[in-house]
Structures are given as structure tokens and as C-alpha cells.
Design a binder for this molecule. Structure first.
Ligand SMILES: [Zn+2]
Length: 219
């Protein structure tokens, strides 16, 4: 069971479908590790559905039933989407890896960044400007190099673990650091640490209003 979770507003924006693709991938991956947050997202989806039902249908251009049907679709609505990567990886990550044409049979295309750090850059369809999504692999006992970035950095542990001054992070744990917080993660000694990392300079959480705004703009 993870100890570090997405905030309530992140979960709400995830449930409302208002998150940028990269952050949505991150939350979806956390959910595969975390029954508590899965429960919370289900509850939020129920609330969002009820909110839509309470609105007068004349305000909606499309049939409300169609909207609700779309709402009811789980995030992982494409079970047949191609998978790549390694079998232990959560499905959302394996789907993202399929986007860079890595077949399960091929070894992952890790690129060495420093002695201890390798990465695979992932492309996500609606990347925000300056946003970057990648898998990071830090060698056992290795330190992530000091780095600067203009936005918020999200690091979700997939395998192994790392520590920084804020805590010890294990699979499923989400570390969020802003440009103001410098931290130097160091991988655990007992094996490589593999993480999903997203840097996003533009994320705006919209909370509950995301439901209404996003749904009515989109449909
Ligand atoms: Zn959680």
C-alpha cells in the first residue's frame, strides 16, 4: 500500500478527465498500486455523474444520456490497446511504451544520462509545452543528478525505491516537487529504482469546476 498519494484535487481532476495526458497517465498508474485512491476516484465519478444529472438537459447540446454513457467509461477503456515493456509494469505504462513502438519482445531502449541514471522518453498525445514524460532508472545506491526545471516534477516509483529529505518512496508512492524544492533522490541499495517521471510547467488544477467546464466544453 503506497504512503504518498496524489492530492484530492488531482484525483478530482483525474476523475473529471481534465488532467493533461501525462499527469493522467501518472495518476492512472498510481491507481494500479492503490486501492484507497481507486475507491476515491470511483466515489468522485459517482458525484460527477450526479452533478450532470442535476443540470437541466436544455443546457446541453448533446443528449445527456450520451454524456453519461461516456462518463461511465473507465479510464482504461481500451483493454485491447497494444502493450509493450516488461510484464511487471503497470498496464498504463505498458500502453504508453507501446506509443514508442517497443514490442514486448525487444529490450527497452534505455538511454544513459549519467553513470547512475538512464531514461526512456515517452510521448504522450497532449503534451503541455515544456512538459516531459519519461521512465527513469537509477542504479542501486545511485543518486539522481541535481537538476532544475521550470515546473512541477512528479515522480512515481514503479520498482525499487528511493529516499530524499522528504521520505522513503516505494512502488506506488508519488513524490511531487515544485521548482522551489530542490531534492536529491538516492536509490535504495538493494536494486535499481525505476520511476515514471513527469515535469509539467503549466498544470492548473481546477477542482470541482473541472467537471462542469470540461464536460460542456468537450461535448
Ligand atoms: Zn493512493
Amino acid at each position: 500500500m503506497p504512503h504518498f498519494h496524489p492530492s484530492g484535487s488531482l484525483l478530482m481532476d483525474y476523475a473529471a478527465g481534465t488532467l493533461p495526458e501525462a499527469i493522467s497517465l501518472l495518476v492512472a498508474t498510481h491507481l494500479t498500486y492503490c486501492p484507497d485512491c481507486r475507491k476515491e476516484v470511483q466515489a468522485l465519478e459517482a458525484v460527477g455523474g450526479a452533478m450532470l444529472e442535476s443540470l437541466p438537459p436544455t443546457d446541453v447540446k448533446t443528449d445527456l444520456a450520451t454524456v453519461l454513457a461516456k462518463l461511465a467509461l473507465p479510464e482504461a477503456s481500451a483493454p485491447d490497446a497494444p502493450l509493450a515493456g516488461e510484464p511487471w509494469m503497470p498496464r498504463p505504462v505498458r500502453r504508453a511504451l507501446a506509443g514508442i513502438a517497443t514490442t514486448p519482445a525487444k529490450p527497452l531502449p534505455w538511454k544513459r544520462v549519467t553513470g547512475a541514471l538512464s531514461e526512456i522518453r515517452l510521448t504522450t498525445p497532449s503534451r503541455t509545452p515544456g512538459g516531459r514524460t519519461r521512465l527513469m532508472r537509477i542504479a542501486a545506491g545511485g543518486a539522481m543528478p541535481e537538476h532544475t526545471h521550470g515546473g512541477t516534477e512528479y515522480v512515481l516509483v514503479l520498482k525499487g525505491g528511493f529516499s530524499d529529505q522528504f521520505g522513503h518512496y516505494l512502488p506506488g508512492d508519488l513524490s511531487i516537487s515544485t521548482a522551489d524544492h530542490t531534492h536529491t533522490p538516492i536509490a535504495d541499495d538493494d536494486g535499481d529504482c525505476i520511476c515514471l517521471a513527469v515535469v509539467d510547467g503549466t498544470l492548473k488544477l481546477t477542482g470541482v469546476m473541472g467537471w462542469v467546464v470540461n464536460r460542456f466544453v468537450r461535448f
